[in-house]
Each structure stands twice: as structure tokens, then as C-alpha cells.
Design a protein around this ligand. Structure first.
Ligand code: UTP
Length: 286
């Protein structure tokens, strides 16, 4: 069955990005000229998703406002004959059918997904895109489309995987693969204990069977229910989960340096001449 729905969990605290995230959602930080979350919505829509459910938390109202109509702004842009800007603003609202549900407490990414399950039919698979992971495949299939290619061949759950630097394995769930089947996941291993250099990126396709397992996943010692633990248990109990090795450049915008990399990447892409000149000048002066 074609995947029409995506869950975007955006209820996290963003502690890695404080103080910027004290009063605003990290998902609304602009990568050059567009909020991170708009990139992610566009990715889902390009892959054929029509309905998007945001799982929000306290202090995340700007996300809802961004995808809602702003009639006052539209009228002003119209009055001032800013046609290009008006079209741009209207397009955001029409990207998809948006719904919102609230995660009252940030009890983990898995808990956030549980909060959105009422939006799904019993037999429906769903795309899950975390609110801070960007992948740019330079005009090729985007990350969501890459996962769908794997899902459509097998009907199994899919986890997007990206290559991780050896010294960074302690930040990720690292997988072991046989063909494209994930045989084990090691959480945040040291480089010498990492089974591979392939880390979980924060984009998934989840099937009804796997979602059933999420309902019974116990919180960890930190009190959080994590999707990675559900997937781990599912595999241990004989379930098949496919890894999709990502094509493209990946940016973790929930991390300050990852965000900087993303901003430079998209600035150089969109305003190549000017941005390059400024960067070169900075580097020469330093
Ligand atoms: P992160 O692991 O990046 O967590 O969540 P975080 O809490 O937002 O960030 P740090 O680590 O404190 O800096 C991955 C995705 O899951 C969402 C986040 O908003 C992000 O999109 N999430 C996380 C929730 O929706 N709820 C949660 O309880 C935790």
C-alpha cells in the first residue's frame, strides 16, 4: 500500500542547541532562508506524502503558525505587489494536509510517535522523519524516496543509514548488516566496539507490526521511550528490518556544528557567488 502519511516528531527539548532553543523550537531555526522543518515537510511531500502529523510540545507553536495561513501578511504582500513573496507564502500552507498533536512531556522519540498513532488506520505503514535531520542528494532521489524504494520492494520496515566518522560512533545507533537486513544495533558504541560505520539517521518507514511493538516498549533508565529500542527488540524477536544506505550529504541540524555545516552548504548552493566571496574573505582575515 502506498505511504500517504508522515509523522514528524518535534516535541524534543533541543538541549544541544541552548540557549537558542530556550524560547524557540530548534526545528524553526533557519538554514540560510528556510526553517529546518520546511525542508523536511518538502522532502515528505516530494515522496508522495499527503498528510503530515506534527507531534509538538510546549513552546513549539511557531511550527503550527509557519504552516497555517497568515492572512494579514498575505494582504500586505498583495497590497505592496510582492507577488513572488505572496506565492511563496501561500505555497507553504498548501504543501500538505497538516495535523497537530501534543506530547505533554518530552518522554522520548518513541513516545512522540505513540502520541500520533490515532491518525493512522490499523493496517497503515507510515513514514517518520525526525525534525532535525537534513539530507541533500543534489537533485537525485531524496532520503524519503530512497527509503520508499526499499519499502516498496519488501513491505518491511526501513531505517535510513548514513556513514559515520570513526570517532563519532559514540553519538549514534550503529548497525550490523547482512545484505540490506539489519541483524543488530549497538547504541552509541566506542569506535572499537562499533560493528560498522553505518549509523541510524532519524528517518524511517514503520509498519503496523513494528508500531504494535512500540506500544509495549518500556522506557529506558532515563525514562524515555526510544524508537531505536523498539527496532532492536523487533529484530531480536525475529522481525526483518531493512537498512537503506543513504545517498547524499547529511546534516544533523540539532547539533550546533551540524547546523553551521547545513547553513554553509545551502548558502553556497543558493547564493554561490556572494556566499563564497564572504567566506573566502573571512578565512583570509582569520
Ligand atoms: P533528539 O534526539 O534530537 O532530541 O530527537 P531532542 O530532545 O530534540 O534534542 P537534544 O538531544 O535535547 O538536543 C530527535 C527527534 O525527536 C523529537 C525531537 O524534536 C527531534 O525531532 N523528539 C524527541 C520528540 O518529539 N519528543 C521527545 O520526547 C524527544
Amino acid at each position: 500500500m502506498r505511504i500517504k502519511k508522515a509523522i514528524l516528531p518535534v516535541g524534543g527539548l533541543g538541549t544541544r542547541f541552548l540557549p537558542a532553543t530556550k524560547a524557540q523550537a530548534k526545528e524553526m531555526l533557519a538554514v540560510f532562508d528556510k526553517p529546518v522543518i520546511q525542508f523536511i515537510v518538502e522532502e515528505a511531500v516530494e515522496s508522495g506524502v499527503e498528510d503530515i502529523v506534527f507531534v509538538t510540545g510546549p513552546g513549539k507553536t511557531a511550527i503550527e503558525n509557519h504552516f497555517n495561513r497568515n492572512e494579514e501578511l498575505e494582504l500586505l504582500l498583495q497590497k505592496n505587489k510582492k507577488e513572488k513573496e505572496l506565492a511563496m507564502v501561500k505555497k507553504i500552507t498548501n504543501l500538505a494536509n497538516f495535523s497537530y498533536t501534543r506530547q505533554e512531556e518530552p518522554l522520548g522519540d518513541g513516545h512522540a510517535i505513540l502520541c500520533a498513532l490515532d491518525f493512522l488506520k490499523k493496517d497503515e505503514s507510515v513514514m517518520v522523519l525526525f525534525g532535525d535531520e537534513l539530507v541533500d542528494n543534489n537533485g537525485g532521489l531524496n532520503a524519503a524516496q530512497q527509503m520508499l524504494e526499499v519499502y516498496e520492494k519488501t513491505g518491511d520496515p526501513v531505517v535510513l543509514l548514513g556513514e559515520v566518522d570513526k570517532e563519532e560512533t559514540h553519538k549514534y545507533g550503529i548497525v550490523e548488516l547482512e545484505g540490506n537486513i539489519i541483524t543488530s544495533i549497538v547504541e552509541k558504541p566506542s569506535p572499537e566496539n562499533a560493528p560498522s560505520n553505518l549509523g541510524i539517521v532519524g528517518k524511517y518507514i514503520l509498519t503496523p507490526k513494528l508500531l504494535k511493538n512500540l506500544k509495549t516498549t518500556m522506557p529506558g533508565t532515563d525514562g524515555e521511550i526510544r524508537l531505536a529500542n523498539t527496532i532492536k527488540d523487533y529484530i531480536q524477536n525475529g522481525g526483518v528490518v531493512r537498512g537503506c544506505q543513504m545517498q547524499g550529504k547529511r546534516f544533523d541540524t540539532g547539533d550546533k556544528i551540524g547546523f553551521l555545516e547545513a547553513t554553509l552548504h545551502y548558502a553556497l548552493k543558493k547564493e554561490n557567488g556572494k556566499a563564497k566571496q564572504i567566506l573566502q574573505r573571512f578565512l583570509e582575515e582569520d
